[in-house]
Ligand binder design. Structure first.
Ligand code: CA
Ligand code: CA
Length: 100
């Protein structure tokens, strides 16, 4: 919110999820006739952040040569700064080796 004008500017759900305002109206003829109310503005999240892997630079997974083909051999995890379903933690199992 702009400090001087009170106008709402760019929203960022990851920084501020809601704003609470007090709005006042005044009778222009009878200035003592004043009413105030509270307004809450809730920011709805958008999917504007990409997932990021939890280990920068890549993962190293060691697999015994007797490992069973087509079984998971490790886990990589990505997180996302977005909220709700837009920021779902993604867990992926490593690619499986296959025989040809
Ligand atoms: Ca996202
Ligand atoms: Ca977001």
């Amino acid at each position: 919110m702009h400090n001087d004008t009170g106008l709402l500017q760019e929203f960022d759900y990851e920084t501020t999820t809601s704003y609470s305002l007090t709005v006042m109206v005044r009778n222009s003829v009878l200035p003592n006739f004043i009413e105030t109310t509270n307004v809450t503005i809730t920011i709805r999240d958008t999917n504007d952040n990409a997932p990021v892997f939890s280990v920068p630079g890549g993962y190293a997974i060691t697999v015994p040569e007797a490992a069973i083909i087509q079984r998971p051999v490790g886990t990589v995890v990505a997180t996302d700064a977005d909220g709700g379903i837009n920021g779902t933690v993604i867990t992926l199992y490593s690619v499986l080796l296959s025989c040809s």
